[in-house]
Design a protein around this ligand. Sequence first.
Ligand code: NAP
Length: 242
Amino acid sequence: MVALVTGSSRGIGRATAIELAKCGFDIAVNYCGNKEKAEETAELCRQHGVRAEVFCADVSDFSACGEMVAAIEKELGFIDVLVNNAGITRDGLLMRMDEEQFDAVYFTNLKSVYNLSKLVISRMMKNRFGRIINISSVAGIYGNAGQVNYSSAKAGVIGFTKALAKEAGSRGITVNAVAPGFIETDMTASLPDSFKEEALSRISLKRFGNAEEIAKTVAFLASEDASYITGQTIEVSGGISL
Ligand code: NAP
């Protein structure tokens, strides 16, 4: 079985690719700019005895995604598990947020989920099996000041997940979302210490999460053990209140 993890050169995507490799999936590692890191992820996956190859594509670009899916099918086979993980932030208060900031976040975090789901769904339907796991965020559930672009895109991911779960369920395809809280990756590394301290005070478990904790939830949703779960959003946030 083949799993595509978008944005798996680093962070949550890399941890997810490795976790799925441990479960025996062949891995398509997607990246946008960081080829060296993507190659590292692929090598870490191969250490678990599976095939792993890297594929460059900007997930916000439908035709680039189409070329990537064709290349994956040629090199590894049809995609059984799609993890829509690639994402970016461009934070700022709405007063100061320009259109480019909104569009970049919207297209990378939400349109990408359409692009890749659309490209794999027919084959999954024919196979009467598939797993689509979308990485949302607690920002998409509760909203986060300074992130109207990101919060709305991630809320859109949850709506997309629920709708597609209803469309595809009769064909044995499950569609779920994972909503991480504050996870230590490059995305959160550059946030000011004052922001981090404030965030920590709102987390019940009094620590930030790590990428592996998200990866294990994704791997569960990809597994046979999660065969009767669809249309759900699983929050993995240490009990955050925003
Ligand atoms: P990260 O460390 O910044 O890594 C982002 C990954 O996405 C990289 O592999 C990057 O590839 C890839 N990427 C970015 N834009 C892309 C594009 N246009 N096309 C293809 N790949 C692209 O981020 P992360 O923290 O692991 O976040 C992963 C996901 O979790 C995102 O959807 C994020 O919104 C979500 N999330 C994160 C947190 C958190 O606290 N970290 C919380 C909630 C939700 P390159 O290396 O090639 O640039």
